[in-house]
Design a protein around this ligand. Structure first.
Ligand SMILES: Cc1cc2nc3c(=O)[nH]c(=O)nc-3n(C[C@H](O)[C@H](O)[C@H](O)COP(=O)(O)O)c2cc1C
Length: 190
């Protein structure tokens, strides 16, 4: 049986972005406080749950992100997972701005960090380590506080636009995923 040769080594950044845009993600807002106590944050799709034990998450800020500099200095952040009612929140935090929180309702986590109201859930984290990731950093955080959960559907980001899930429950994945971090079939996960 012959195997066709596929793919191209000759791709530009636009093609790369389009290809990677086929991967659907949720949307988070990563928040923190600056030294004066002012809130800062940015919209972030490059978020993932990383480890169950210890409880670790990761996100990838652009090296040019102003919020990242504040988060790095603070050493702590909150990840806020957006619901499908929060496209406007994503748009506000996904653009540069001096006072992104001006028209946002928010509360404080136990560590005093901004928790955006009406998120599906949130977690407060300490920065554990930062690695280089090309024009981004890879930031690993240890979860110290877990927020409460709403039953809303998530806001999704796909091909550069927003999507919403119609059905909060999908077909269960196979049992081999039992110990996988985002497996929600058993009662061991949250
Ligand atoms: C849906 C969405 C997802 C985004 N994901 C990321 C991301 O993963 N990493 C990142 O650095 N910027 C991401 N951005 C872009 C930043 O939110 C945007 O550049 C913002 O202006 C950065 O603000 P700052 O300079 O105040 O940090 C995303 C924007 C949107 C709308």
């Amino acid at each position: 049986m012959s195997h066709a040769s596929r793919g191209t080594t000759d791709f530009d950044p636009r093609q790369f972005r389009t290809a990677m845009g086929q991967f659907c993600t949720g949307v988070t807002v990563i928040t923190t406080l600056d030294a004066e106590g002012s809130p800062a944050g940015f919209a972030c799709q490059s978020f993932a749950a990383l480890s169950l034990d210890p409880p670790l998450v990761l996100f990838c800020p652009q090296k040019t992100s102003r919020s990242w500099k504040v988060i790095e200095t603070a050493g702590r952040f909150c990840v806020n997972i957006l619901s499908n009612h929060q496209q406007d929140v994503s748009a506000t935090f996904g653009a540069p701005g001096t006072d992104k929180f001006a028209h946002i309702d928010w509360d404080r986590s136990p560590g005093g960090l901004p928790v955006i109201r009406h998120c599906i859930t949130w977690a407060q984290c300490d920065i554990e380590r930062v690695d280089d990731g090309g024009d981004h950093f890879i930031v690993i955080g240890r979860v110290t506080v877990l927020g409460e959960m709403l039953q809303d559907k998530p806001l999704l980001f796909y091909r550069g636009g927003y999507l919403s899930t119609e059905h909060p429950r999908v077909t269960p994945a196979q049992a081999e995923l039992e110990n996988f971090l985002t497996w929600t079939g058993g009662d061991t996960w949250l």
